[in-house]
Design a protein around this ligand. Structure first.
Ligand SMILES: NC(=O)c1ccc[n+]([C@@H]2O[C@H](COP(=O)([O-])OP(=O)(O)OC[C@H]3O[C@@H](n4cnc5c(N)ncnc54)[C@H](OP(=O)(O)O)[C@@H]3O)[C@@H](O)[C@H]2O)c1
Length: 288
């Protein structure tokens, strides 16, 4: 007969999962899903009850109190994941799930020495070297960029201007990213796995705009802008040139077709296919 060690189980159940970036697109959904499972969760964000600020390392220690597993949404442009993971291990954290990005291992995908690439490359190196259980998530462009992120204001204005040509992306639903993260944080079998995450279908920016417009009941169109003109438009709108060039660099993979392939991470991690872009569009409130 199988005997359950209930005292060990109880000890584990009282431990906390720290969700760094727990107010963002994937992190917020990780928090909800963990709480639905009855897990103890601490949000790591600047406005959290126990404020966590990447740029203020003196706020990190309190975040680790009683924590056995951490979901890490890194601070883009910084190389703080390594010292953070080191600190986590010192505090007894046993499991780290890192949000990285598609293309970190593909030189043609984007500039490998851009601040964004450096964040993800150095972050992945740090978790692999941590000595504790780790899982790396490499999502492509989030579908929620249209409703909560980079493209939200453009969708509201009815015109998405981007240097993406007629390229397509297999947009991944942040619900799927969160589902994979929660599986990796709470279940066995995900240690030392790198999950490349995408949706099941390549969607061009024009198709995405049309699908959203049809559901929202208003015109939403996509306008392809040449890369130099795109950077110039952003700079004219007040962006620092380095950020504008970084954005154009991130979009280049879309334009060149490197974001149009389907990845198998959702299927491998969860044993089911990823959500289609149409499900994201249909389940989103576009009234705002
Ligand atoms: N968006 C995409 O399509 C995409 C695709 C692939 C990979 N990624 C990667 O996914 C990660 C998340 O990007 P995202 O744009 O989707 O952002 P997000 O997760 O929606 O939001 C950023 C999160 O970071 C937190 N944060 C920002 N500055 C912070 C600071 N100084 N200290 C503590 N927390 C801070 C924010 O919390 P507070 O503001 O509440 O403090 C928020 O929870 C990035 O590493 C990005 O490279 C994104």
């Amino acid at each position: 007969m199988v005997r359950l060690d209930l005292s060990r189980l109880a000890g584990r159940m009282t431990k906390t999962v720290l969700v760094v970036g727990g107010t963002g697109k994937s992190g917020r959904r990780v928090v909800s899903r963990l709480r639905e499972q009855g897990a103890l969760v601490r949000v790591g964000a600047r406005g959290a009850p126990r404020p966590f600020d990447w740029t203020a390392p003196q706020t990190w220690d309190a975040a680790f109190d009683g924590v056995h597993a951490v979901y890490v949404v890194p601070l883009d442009g910084a190389e703080l994941t390594a010292p953070f993971v080191e600190r986590a291990v010192e505090h007894g954290v046993e499991r780290v799930v890192l949000l990285s990005g598609r293309g970190v291992d593909v030189p043609a995908y984007g500039s490998q020495d851009s601040p964004l690439a450096i964040t993800h490359i150095s972050g992945e190196r740090a978790v692999r070297a941590s000595g504790v259980a780790w899982t790396i998530l490499r999502p492509t462009w989030f579908a929620q960029n249209f409703s909560e992120g980079f493209f939200r204001d453009a969708v509201r204005a009815g015109e998405i201007r981007l240097a993406a040509g007629d390229g397509a992306a297999t947009f991944v639903d942040a619900e799927d990213i969160a589902a994979v993260a929660v599986a990796a944080l709470t279940a066995a079998g995900h240690d030392r796995q790198v999950y490349e995450l995408s949706g099941p279908r390549a969607v061009t920016m024009a198709e995405a705009a049309a699908e959203i417009g049809a559901t929202a009941g208003r015109d939403v169109r996509y306008v392809a802008v040449a890369p130099d003109a795109f950077v110039a438009e952003l700079v004219a709108a007040g962006w620092p040139r380095v950020d504008a060039e970084g954005y154009a660099d991130a979009v280049a993979a879309l334009r060149t077709g490197l974001d149009a392939h389907v990845s198998d991470g959702v299927q491998r991690a969860l044993g089911r296919p990823p959500r289609d872009f149409a499900e994201f569009v249909a389940s989103t409130d576009w009234a705002g």
